[in-house]
Design a protein around this ligand. Structure first.
Ligand SMILES: C[S@@+](CC[C@H](N)C(=O)[O-])C[C@H]1O[C@@H](n2cnc3c(N)ncnc32)[C@H](O)[C@@H]1O
Length: 210
């Protein structure tokens, strides 16, 4: 596991301050669904982007894109816009994303319905899922639908990348048979975060009750 100590993120622009205010308002309305009072920083977005393997065929999907700080970094890191889909359940946040990233597809909907959302776009296979969902505060049944749905359509070599502010795996490994690795810590994020990478265990079903 590496520690990311890149140079500090720049001073927030007016645009970033507006995002922060909208995000805080959303958090006040639904704290467990938003999961953070502050949008992610670029260092965290870069750390997640570094885990992508673009040679794996299929779409790249970001779950819980919010106001788009990770979306922007993924695009800057070379994710082709035509392969990129952002899923966001909150209509106001989805509208911000559509306006800000006209080159990608923004799907307003529930990450727990991922296979159906992707099928409606004509996408059968994903190369990677970059999840910004607050898995530790979402209902367990929704987490199960997110993880099982994502791995149902993820390429066998595909990766599920997730950040967390906690110290343990944000996907409860007692409920899912996955290879899990904490790949780095990002201290220059508020709050500091860790990035986890999950892959399928060959020949093993992902879910096993609980
Ligand atoms: C921690 S925020 C991350 C936002 C942004 N990606 C960032 O890193 O700043 C979590 C986001 O997940 C969204 N979300 C929560 N539950 C969701 C669900 N079931 N389906 C899609 N998006 C969801 C929230 O609306 C929120 O925008």
């Amino acid at each position: 596991m590496s520690d990311r100590t890149q140079s500090p993120d720049p001073v927030p622009s007016a645009h970033a301050r507006r995002d922060a205010a909208l995000f805080l308002w959303k958090w006040i309305q639904a704290p467990t669904r938003i999961g953070s009072v502050w949008p992610s920083g670029r260092s965290l977005g870069r750390a997640m982007a570094a885990e992508l393997d673009l040679s794996v065929p299929g779409a790249i999907v970001e779950l819980g894109a919010g106001t788009g700080p990770v979306t922007a970094t993924l695009l800057q890191s070379g994710v082709p816009a035509e392969r990129f889909y952002a899923v966001e359940r909150d209509p106001a946040l989805a509208a911000v994303l559509r306006q800000r990233f006209p080159s990608i597809r923004v799907l307003e909907g529930d990450a727990g319905e991922l296979p159906a959302l992707m099928r409606a776009e004509g996408v059968e296979q994903l190369a990677a899922v970059v999840s910004c969902l607050p898995l530790v505060s979402l209902p367990r049944t929704l987490v199960r639908r997110v993880i099982e749905g994502a791995f149902d359509i993820l390429h066998p070599d595909g990766r599920f990348i997730q950040f967390t502010y906690g110290v343990v795996s944000p996907i409860p490994l007692r409920h899912f048979r996955l290879e899990a690795r904490r790949v780095c810590r990002v201290w220059r994020n508020v709050p500091p975060a860790a990035v986890w990478r999950y892959t399928r265990r060959p020949g093993v079903a992902v879910g096993h009750g609980g």
